[in-house]
Design a protein around this ligand. Structure first.
Ligand SMILES: Cc1cc2nc3c(=O)[nH]c(=O)nc-3n(C[C@H](O)[C@H](O)[C@H](O)COP(=O)(O)OP(=O)(O)OC[C@H]3O[C@@H](n4cnc5c(N)ncnc54)[C@H](O)[C@@H]3O)c2cc1C
Length: 247
């Protein structure tokens, strides 16, 4: 049985026809950047909850999640209909080990996201830890079209603060835009285009990668990394990549 806490929506932002960010106020326990919480609504007789990465860094409030409204999904169409003031359930304690403290030392940190998985990295990047532990950070965001490239202000502020140490690399799979990579992340890695934009190679000696989002992307990038002699990071057996699958 989960320890649910009653929260309240304080703001909602709709980015396009299916992408939303939602902010809540709720008395939850302290969490680490990279962790996820459970958000739930009472639907009929049932409490329907799903895991969501927290987008806000741990030191900031309100709490924030970033999600897709999936028409056939039980929760997200209802979640996207909420307005400020509406009640919501949230788990008292966040969980997960997709956090930097669980990562080994490396020179370069690569953060690879599809779709709404961008959010987890926005929490991590707004803490001091990546900038204390890594020389450079590359954030690769794979989306279908340019209207899914959200959080431009937050990314712009990170670029302004970190300069050359931070590089945002968007990739559009269904649209061509001048100056932006076209295609899905795995073939863009295979062809060397992502490393070309970064100006840095992904290699076992210097790189740690975090992969988050769609299972196909994670599997294909994992195969790419393993072909380069890189392996999954485990607590007792340090490696080169870490994953969190959303769907
Ligand atoms: C650890 C963890 C963290 C997660 N964090 C997030 C998050 O921060 N933001 C987020 O949007 N989702 C996240 N998810 C997925 C989320 O929990 C829900 O599955 C999703 O929001 C859909 O909920 P639903 O009840 O409407 O439909 P569900 O019944 O859960 O799913 C319906 C369909 O939608 C697909 N789907 C699920 N998530 C997504 C997605 N993000 N994009 C596209 N298709 C999807 C599923 O494969 C399924 O086919 C996370 C999942 C896990 C396991």
């Amino acid at each position: 049985m989960k320890d649910w806490v009653k929260g309240r929506v304080v703001a909602k932002r709709q980015w396009n026809h299916r992408l939303y960010s939602m902010q809540f106020e709720a008395e939850v326990e302290a969490f680490k950047a990279g962790q996820f919480t459970q958000v739930a609504l009472d639907i009929g007789e049932e409490r329907v909850g799903r895991p969501y990465s927290l987008v806000n860094p741990p030191q900031d409030r309100p709490l924030e999640i970033y999600f897709n409204a999936i028409p056939e999904g039980p929760l997200t169409p209802r979640l996207s209909d909420l307005s400020p003031g509406d009640p919501i359930w949230i788990s008292a304690k966040a969980s997960g080990i997709f956090t930097l403290e669980a990562m080994p030392a490396a020179r370069d940190l690569w953060l690879i996201a599809t779709g709404t998985a961008l959010g987890v990295y926005l929490s991590i990047l707004r803490t001091a830890e990546p900038w204390e532990r890594f020389e450079r950070v590359f954030l690769v965001h794979g989306v279908r079209s340019a209207d899914e490239l959200t959080y431009a202000e937050t990314l712009g502020a990170l670029s302004d603060a970190q300069g050359e140490r931070f590089r945002f690399i968007p990739a559009l799979s269904r649209e061509h835009r001048e100056g932006m990579l076209h295609g899905r992340i795995p073939p863009l890695l295979e062809s060397g285009q992502i490393e070309g934009q970064a100006g840095v190679a992904i290699e076992a000696e210097h790189s740690h990668l975090m992969l988050c989002g769609q299972s196909d992307m994670i599997k294909q990038v994992r195969d790419f990394l393993e072909a380069r002699g890189m392996r999954r990071h485990r607590r007792n057996e340090p490696g080169h990549y870490t994953t969190e699958q959303y769907h």
